[in-house]
Design a protein around this ligand. Sequence first.
Ligand SMILES: Cc1ncc(COP(=O)(O)O)c(C=O)c1O
Length: 400
Amino acid sequence: MIKKNKYNIETQIVHGNLSHTSACNDLVDPIHMTSTFSFKNSKEGEEAFSDIGKSYVYTRISNPTTKQLNSKIALLEEGDTAVSTASGMSAIASIIMTFANPGDNFVTCNSVYGGTFALFNNNLKKFKIIPRFISPQNAGLPEKIEKLINNNTKLLFLETPSNPTLDAIDIKVWAKIAKKHKILLVVDNTFATPYLQKPLTLGADVVVHSATKYLCGHGDIIAGVIVSSKKIIDKINTEYLIHFGPCISPFNSWLILRGIKTLALRMEKHSDNALKIALWLSKHKDVKKVYYPGLKTHPSYEIAKKQMKKYSGVLSFEVYGGMDAGKKVLDNIKLCVLAVSLGDCETLIQHPPSMTHSSYLKEDRVSAGISDGLVRLSVGIENPDDIIDDLKEALSLLNS
Ligand SMILES: Cc1ncc(COP(=O)(O)O)c(C=O)c1O
């Protein structure tokens, strides 16, 4: 499935596969903002419906702007093809719903985005599709992972680095287990993006993204993308996406195409800023622990170093004083924006135990390593010294 392009990734990010859909030679392709496509006559209409992937019939099924986006992401992730969706959640749900039937299960780590955890742990119950969770501490131990696999296990699902404790999980280890058991390995590559990590080249079968985050990069849309072989993407399309219908708007596809052109520059800056801030935080007296895979003290530093180019822009830190102290940091920041989400140009700050991961039961939160005083930063592309000054002031008010 691995597809190589002769250009370096920075060039691919800008130029894509060099194909343009416009007849006017525009540098930037227009947005094909249409719900339907017309036919010259009934014969053409009939032919279009006899081979629906071949020509455009309806934007829920395919659209030229979205096709450009799909081909660019597939190129960057080195996959055969891709499909875009209305959100990262709909992308994740469509994969699970396509490959698992009632009575089936899948194995995943409990350190994942809170919405993903809620989908797995609550919503999928109705369909009798059961998640089998492993803790991040055990996610590198093949025997512990394999213990969770039985005849009804249809896939392995990983988020790496994971949310919000930034555990890097060894994709090659999980890929080997997936191959051995002839099941799929799905990797959520939202935090790293293909600029920093390419799961398909490490043995994963499917890559999924919340394109809301770094791929778009400007905090103005919600979208998801899935990259895989043609066979797998066709199956997800026909068995789930086309008729459940969470399709992406062509306008959002266009905004992602626009945002993605600066992906390499942004990921470099996000990563450098986050490392600087993580190092500063790790020396602060009010900070108990810093979670950033680029810190040598992080338990999964060696794994992150092996499979990532740099360490991306998200970090978490635990302050002394538990829940109240965590919330107090948020109440005293001035420059960082108190908001969930990540991957935007602005630095965003939030408190996972009371916000993104509040749907976890206390024991699940403890098992996933999400302590009461944990604060998550999605470091933006500002001057990092200004973020440090903002954090310095907010932390200085903790004991007031
Ligand atoms: C790692 C990860 N995957 C998936 C999602 C869900 O994406 P969306 O909000 O685009 O539905 C998120 C959202 O924060 C996320 O952080």
